[in-house]
Write a protein that binds this ligand. Structure first.
Ligand SMILES: C[S@@+](CC[C@H](N)C(=O)[O-])C[C@H]1O[C@@H](n2cnc3c(N)ncnc32)[C@H](O)[C@@H]1O
Length: 390
């Protein structure tokens, strides 16, 4: 994670531009400040915390783009703009100086507004080092691949490999697969790969495979399409088998210690430890009703920030189908500010900021899909804003 520790920090007058970065505003809460940066096409927050007379400057985790080189460049610009006397920093490494956007790396807006495919889709959930995804894409040029991953360094590495190996049939997305599946069209996917998912034995609600995920997978799979789990974890295998068997009707296949044409990093490790590896495949036979395509959530109007800030208390709203946690307020000036929120369902939770002023209200990053749970949280958010504004 790029970071800077500095003895001093002279904030500029916002907005300010330095190098290729534009710094729009600073928003302050009790313990931290967020500086909004626009660097090339990327918009994110730099987070500043003061402790014992020193400042720790980092990129905020929620808004940080997948390509860390742009964060490094923006932080170098910020350091130089603020005349920091640096005590420690890791942002000058040469490896982070090639500023290049990779074509394979897509944003959720691309999927909502521009993604069109006439080829069959295959989706890999949590592709990690990408060995399997890259191998499949090269072996099947007539298939359009979508790779979903939440670990940003892996995404950047695989995007780079797509370019080096001239692979053009992969779209990579930094997004939680459990949420993204609600966005995909019914009957559109030939194969879904879930290889070596994190077992989450202590926190089973964080597992990728759940009844909800299985139902969404069946909806997006074409007739004869397959959901393919490969795991070294006995517990995860038995748990998933149990979840698949809860279906009224299922065609399942189980294979043990089957060699594939390509072995992932994790697989190599488990093989060295002589662990058993299980493949559990669910085949879908039916065709599902088409579902209306979901878009992104947006607010229709602005709110009075000053009143909302005055009346704010952290708030949790929930029922069985959604939750909304309104966590924290940041003030930009008396008329505008930022709210930090988390929301979704217990299986698919997200975090975002909401920019608030009397002119407009907007999610940041502006990438919240209108899934069922998110829509409920969004409606609840609007109710809360209207109530607290009175
Ligand atoms: C144990 S690694 C396996 C990586 C790769 N499939 C392999 O076989 O080497 C699991 C990967 O799944 C990713 N992951 C976990 N939950 C996810 C989710 N909800 N959506 C997308 N990716 C996820 C993690 O970031 C991690 O890279």
């Amino acid at each position: 994670m790029p970071n800077i520790k500095t003895k001093n920090l002279t904030m500029p007058n916002f907005p300010a531009t330095f190098g290729e970065s534009h710094f729009c505003f600073v928003a302050s809460s009790d313990h931290e400040k967020l500086v909004k940066v626009i660097h090339k096409t990327y918009e994110f927050f730099i987070q500043i915390r003061e402790k014992n007379g020193t400042y720790l400057i980092k990129a905020d985790k929620i808004t940080r783009p997948s390509q860390v080189v742009f964060v490094h460049q923006a932080m170098r610009d910020f350091r130089d703009l603020c005349g920091c006397e640096v005590l420690f920093s890791n942002i000058d490494s040469h490896k982070y100086k090639t500023l290049k956007s990779y074509a394979a790396l897509k944003s959720i807006s691309y999927f909502v507004d521009a993604f069109q495919y006439d080829k069959e889709l295959w989706v890999e959930v949590g592709f990690g080092s990408g060995r399997h995804l890259l191998h499949q894409a090269k072996a099947h040029p007539d298939i359009q691949f979508v790779g979903l991953e939440i670990h940003k360094p892996s995404i950047e590495q695989v995007a780079k490999q797509c370019e080096l190996q001239e692979i053009n049939n992969i779209a990579l997305l930094d997004f939680d697969a459990r949420i993204f599946f609600e966005f995909l069209a019914s009957n559109s996917v030939g194969r879904i790969f879930v290889h070596f998912p994190v077992p989450w034995d202590e926190k089973p609600h964080r597992r990728v495979i759940s009844q909800d995920f299985i139902q969404e997978s069946l909806r997006i799979l074409k007739p004869e399409g397959t959901l393919e789990l490969r795991t070294d974890s006995d517990k995860y295998f038995h748990y998933s088998l149990g979840e698949f068997l809860r279906l009224n009707k299922a065609t399942l296949s189980i294979k043990k210690n089957q060699e594939l044409a390509i072995s992932s990093k994790y697989e190599d490790r488990w093989k060295r430890q002589e662990k058993d590896i299980y493949d559990l495949t669910l085949t879908h036979h039916d065709s599902d009703e088409a579902k209306e395509k979901i878009g992104k959530l947006a607010f229709e109007k602005g709110y009075d920030f000053a009143t909302i800030n005055k009346n704010f208390v952290p708030t949790l709203r929930k029922d069985d189908s959604y939750f909304l946690h309104i966590e924290k307020m940041y003030q930009i000036d008396t008329h505008e500010g930022i709210i930090k929120v988390s929301f979704g369902s217990s299986f698919k939770n997200e975090r975002a900021f909401i920019y608030l002023s009397s002119d407009k209200t907007q999610y940041f990053p502006d990438n919240v899909l209108a899934t069922k749970a998110n829509q409920k949280a969004h409606d609840s958010m609007k109710e809360w804003l209207n109530e607290i504004q009175k």
